[in-house]
Design a protein around this ligand. Structure first.
Ligand code: ARG
Length: 676
């Protein structure tokens, strides 16, 4: 372990730091990045990327469903995002008869496009620094309320909110426009859109056709005429080409201390362990039955994505000595502020405040994580929550993707896991059948739970609700509701310990970030990701994952065939794709050497939430979609690693080949604009 850390460090010393690091704030591009953007090769000015007084590149980029990014690629509201971003929508629309998820599908006409219930896309109008006004305001809540109301009045149809940056040192008023009619246009089969499954997830070399298409409709049910859409470039990429990504990175921890990071890793370990238990049960059931595979596909994928990420992060923390480097940075920071009295006064207690808060919340935070990742994942318990929150009608949706036998198995395993790992004082108290959690026979309790509860099926629940006082009865007496209440009661007991240190934590972390900014004054800086739109710019680049190994910057369809494994559901190759490959029938999407490129690498600085983001060339033309990070730099949310960190992108050539040649949806290609 130590040896690896040393070679990795040695490697990092040789090469210039900071290369292409940064998730930059759009209103500050001119000031922070104007010169660097140009030097990097960008041919657009900052105003052409972000301009609140006229249309600019950012108008083609949307927040897709809150957790991903997408981009508009036609003047009729057509958008493209990742397959894994459309996944839950596509799964939700699918049935065994119309299995859009597994079989793939393309709407042949506008009329066939399928509305996705609850799916929204959000455009960014503007963001404005309001820190001065916020700081001056006596009553912060009132200030925010008034600022939002004024902005919404001035921008009819828009939504406004105020968000903090740099650990609450800066505040921005953000104005957005939300569209609620978003329709599924098409996607390749999951065997392409998720080729490589969990095995390849977070890894290079990659061969996933990770894209899907939707269309935004306006409030009158007409395809949206967007202010801006991206043109597509089919030029072959070369190493060193300029690339930029506009998107919605979710969360990073680059302004956190070593103590916080250590706690994060420990908490994530609990999540990994609990998910290992649950995923094993889901996976076995999914492999045994295609219907179950469809029902549990999204539940499994979203669980497994974090599960693998945290394991990689834990590994990288060790290999790259993340905690040690952070500690050394903090020591140097302390030397800096201790050198001048006014600085010591402003920042001298920040690290201590954070450490004390982290220690103060440690036990409770871990206990809450155990609850939320284990017994609170029992689906029957979740059903009890839906019922309480949304009422019977909406809660019924739940049964579409529910398999009682799987949940029973999970319940046994998760309750056992919880009993083993939790402190006795956090055991649920009143389960309703008089049994004592510490000593009860868990299998017998779970049998009782599933046999007595009315929530295990739609039919049972409907029958129970049809009785006089049915809903009241279920909500007061159902054993699943009682289990939920008992678990929530334990969580409630734990919250005060976390809440109690919040003020101290926020004081410390605000001062810490402010101190770091002053320490680095004059250098361009960017705040942690917080689901606001950012720009990252960099280049197409290969990397070396380990001594003597060099990874090329792109993959081709040949590699899909090399990975094919009919005995492994993650590596099935559809017949039609093999035929096209055999015939080398790639049309205009072939590279100069006649091959079809599938994915490529850049050194853009992204994280979760950027998924689906456009990768653009120096003129802002679409060349691919970002969809993942690489295994060797899984600590990237905490520290950017210039030598190791890469962004994995699906090549637009592969995307359009799959739409056109494989999917037969050439009518969509006709909607798009191509760069000369
Ligand atoms: N790792 C990707 C991300 O977080 C998600 C990939 C989804 N694919 C999967 N096999 N689970 O953006």
């Amino acid at each position: 372990m130590k040896k690896i850390a040393l070679w990795a460090l040695a490697l990092m010393m040789v090469l210039p730091a900071r290369a292409d690091e940064g998730m930059w704030l759009l209103p500050l591009l001119e000031k922070m990045n104007g010169k660097a953007l140009k030097e990097a090769g960008c041919r657009l000015t900052p105003q052409e990327i972000y301009n609140i007084n006229g249309s600019s590149l950012k108008d083609a980029i949307v927040h897709f469903g809150g957790g991903c990014t997408a981009e508009i690629i036609s003047d009729e509201g057509l958008l493209v995002t990742n397959h894994h971003c459309g996944y839950s929508s596509i799964q939700g629309l699918s049935t065994p008869e119309h299995n859009y998820l597994m079989d793939g599908w393309w709407a042949k006409t506008r009329a066939e496009e399928l509305k996705v219930p609850g799916l929204t896309v959000t455009f960014l109008r503007s963001m404005q620094d309001v820190t001065d006004a916020y700081d001056k305001a006596e009553d912060k809540a009132a200030y925010v309320k008034d600022a939002v109301a004024a902005a919404e009045k001035a921008n009819p149809g828009c939504r406004a909110f105020v968000t903090s940056f740099y650990n609450k040192n800066y505040w921005y008023l953000i104005i957005t426009r939300v569209y609620k009619d978003v329709r599924f246009v098409g996607a390749p089969p999951a065997s392409i859109g998720k080729f490589g499954g969990e095995t390849d997830n977070w890894m290079w070399p990659r061969h996933t056709g990770d894209f899907s298409m939707f269309r935004v409709y306006d409030d009158n049910g007409k395809p949206l005429r967007p202010a801006r859409h991206l043109k597509i470039s089919l030029r072959d990429l070369s190493e060193g080409d300029y690339t930029m990504i506009l998107g919605y990175p979710g969360r990073t921890q680059r302004f956190q201390t070593a103590d916080e990071l250590k706690q994060m890793i420990e908490v994530n370990r609990i999540r990994i362990d609990a998910r290992t238990v649950r995923q094993q049960i889901m996976w076995e059931a999914m492999c045994a039955d295609p219907d179950v595979q469809l029902k549990y596909a999204d539940k499994y994928a979203s669980s497994a994505n974090g599960w693998k990420k945290w394991q990689g992060e834990e590994l990288s923390f060790g290999k790259l000595d993340i905690i040690g480097r952070e500690q050394r940075k903090e020591a140097a920071f302390a030397d800096w502020y201790n050198a001048k009295k006014p600085r010591a006064e402003k920042y001298g207690t920040a690290l201590e405040d954070i450490s004390a808060a982290v220690a103060g919340r440690d036990e409770a935070q871990k206990a809450i994580t155990l609850l939320t990742e284990a017994p609170l994942r029992i689906e029957l318990v979740n059903m009890a929550m839906y019922l309480a929150r949304f009422g019977p009608e909406d809660a019924m949706e739940f049964y579409k993707d529910y398999v009682e036998e799987i949940d029973r198995k999970e319940a046994v395993a998760l309750l056992k896991f919880y009993r083993e790992r939790a402190q006795k004082e956090n055991y649920p108290k009143d389960l309703g059948d008089g049994s004592d959690f510490a000593t009860m026979e868990i299998e017998a309790y779970v049998d009782y739970l599933f046999e007595t509860s009315a929530l295990t099926s739609r039919e049972k629940l409907e029958a129970a609700l049809a009785e006089p006082d049915g809903l009241k009865n279920v909500q007061e007496n159902d054993p699943a509701v009682k289990l939920r209440n008992a678990l929530i009661a334990e969580a409630r007991k734990l919250y005060p310990a976390v809440e109690g240190v919040r003020e101290q934590y926020e004081r410390g972390s605000k001062a810490f970030a402010a101190g770091l900014l002053e320490w680095e004054k004059g250098k361009p800086s960017y705040p942690d990701a917080n689901s606001t739109m950012r720009l990252t710019y960099g280049h197409v680049l290969p990397y070396s994952p380990q001594d003597a190994v060099l990874y090329q910057y792109y993959t081709t369809l040949d590699g899909v065939m090399q990975k094919e494994d009919p005995s492994n559901p993650e590596f099935i190759v559809p017949e039609k794709l093999k035929k096209l490959w055999e015939a080398k029938d790639y049309g205009r999407y072939a590279a100069a050497d006649g091959r079809l490129r599938t994915c490529f690498l850049t050194n853009n600085d992204i994280t979760g939430g950027n998924s689906g983001s456009p990768v653009m060339d120096a003129d802002g033309n679409l060349i691919g979609l970002a969809f993942d990070g690489n295994w060797e730099s899984m600590s990237s949310d905490v520290m950017f690693e210039p030598q190791l960190q890469r962004c994995i992108c699906v090549d637009i050539h592969y995307v359009l080949f799959l739409v056109d040649k494989f999917g037969g949806a050439s009518h969509l290609i006709k909607e798009m604009d191509f760069a000369k």
